[in-house]
Design a protein around this ligand. Structure first.
Ligand code: SF4
Length: 423
């Protein structure tokens, strides 16, 4: 459910929520410090960042050709490729595949795109059991809450909150021992891995040259989702395609360092073909279906917004954003929080639905500095501010801030940060 229209109310509530504020204290700086250390130990980072931006840019300039190349290769590998123009179509395709397989249960690894299209709701309405297998997503499924971060979905929750949930849902003795809690989740999830009919994963990158999907993760659950059930569905936005394995190597050097400060994620899986009859053993799916989803992406291909499609969903912009750090992800009201969400959400849901989000940034430029693919987030936010302001009757940006109580003002021809009372 979207609550983007209520950003001001929900962010104020977040600031007044002492439990959330305490939980956010634990995480503030955590990812920031780890990323900083990882970069100090990896001098090529800045050069690779430039290269990554160029690679993504050149693919986006000819996205249709790269997608066709990927499709041809994936078909040659024995996979199927389906296309969805919007969320409804994507959900329907997944439900149809479940029906064809007489599937009663699907296991999923973390996929923000599946959150975006509200896949779980659709499947549940079709009487299909959905089990989230990423630990954070599993906890959130029990809590009936959406993720608050694109990499660490339950970063807003405390250990005690998780302990309470597990004790209630698993009917087990209350414990805050992290090892015991993770073992408990593992025990619960294992039976689902072994009994699911279909596995659904996202893809961090689609490699055009080989028709492969690359998935990075830390828990090994995505690898089980992609290898245990005989049918696998891969959900991907159309912007995820990259040219070749060399580009994939470059991206996987940038992504984990930017996200969590890791040199490499615990698991990097590249899947290419369906299980071949000639292969030894029975591991691996015999049917692999890619669902390539537009859902507003192609309208961002316009010159002034194309940069945003370079996003590799690392979360660094939100980790470094002083607004996100203080209000957490739920305040933004939809799947994508922080600076990247404040650009994507108005385009995906419409300016009217998300008109406060582009103003939810201090414009300090930290997001621009850390983005591994050099997305000019502050420029994109400023453009959106212009669009929204003009729709609201051509007021100047400075006046807009004043009218919305943010406290910037133009005085004597100079824009300053001023207390609203002075303005
Ligand atoms: S906009 Fe850049 S920093 Fe933010 S999630 Fe995307 S790639 Fe990462």
């Amino acid at each position: 459910m979207q609550h983007t229209i209520h950003f001001k109310i929900s962010s104020t509530q977040a600031l007044n929520n002492s439990t959330l504020q305490k939980n956010l204290q634990h995480t503030k700086g955590l990812f920031v410090d780890k990323r900083k250390k990882a970069l100090e130990e990896f001098p090529p980072f800045e050069d690779l960042r430039t290269q990554a931006a160029q690679i993504k840019e050149s693919v986006l300039n000819n996205l249709d050709e790269w997608l066709i190349k990927f499709e041809q290769q994936a078909l040659e590998n024995g996979c199927e490729v389906l296309w969805a123009s919007d969320a409804n179509e994507a959900c329907k395709l997944v439900a149809d595949i479940c029906q064809q397989n007489n599937a009663k249960k699907v296991i999923k690894s973390k996929s923000m795109l599946s959150e975006e299209i509200r896949l779980n709701n659709h499947l549940i309405k079709n009487n299909i059991e959905v089990i989230e297998t990423d630990l954070g997503e599993y906890v959130l499924q029990l809590a009936n809450e959406p993720p608050s971060h694109i990499v660490a979905p339950m970063v807003h929750m405390s250990r005690k909150q998780v302990a309470n949930l597990f004790s209630k849902h698993h009917q087990t003795p209350y414990t805050t021992n992290i090892q015991k809690l993770t073992l408990e989740a593992r025990k619960q999830l294992r039976k689902h891995f072994l009994s699911a009919d279909i596995g659904i994963t996202g893809a961090n990158f689609l490699i055009a040259e080989t028709g492969s999907a690359l998935v990075v993760e830390n828990e090994g659950n995505a690898r089980l989702c992609m290898s245990l059930p005989k049918t696998r569905i891969i959900l991907s936005g159309i912007e995820k395609v990259i040219p070749n394995a060399q580009a994939a190597t470059l991206m996987t050097a940038l992504l984990p360092r930017s996200a969590t400060g890791q040199k490499i994620s615990n698991y990097v899986s590249i899947s290419t073909r369906v299980h071949q009859k000639t292969e030894k053993g029975e591991d691996g799916p015999t049917r692999v279906i890619y669902i390539l989803i537009d859902a507003g992406r192609s309208q961002l291909l316009k010159k002034d917004t194309r940069d945003m499609l370079r996003c590799i969903r690392c979360g660094a912009c939100m980790n470094h954003c002083p607004v996100y750090q203080n209000i957490g992800g739920h305040s933004y009201g939809w799947v994508y929080p922080g600076p990247m969400g404040s650009v994507l959400t108005p385009y995906y849901l419409g300016l009217k639905q998300a008109k406060e989000l582009p103003f939810s940034a201090t414009m300090c430029g930290a997001c621009d500095e850390v983005c591994p693919v050099k997305i000019p987030l502050t420029r994109l936010l400023r453009d959106l501010r212009h669009k929204i302001t003009h729709k609201e009757g051509g007021k100047t940006i400075e006046n807009y801030h004043f009218l919305h109580g943010i406290g910037y003002a133009k005085k004597d021809g100079v824009t300053n940060l001023l207390p609203v009372s002075v303005v």
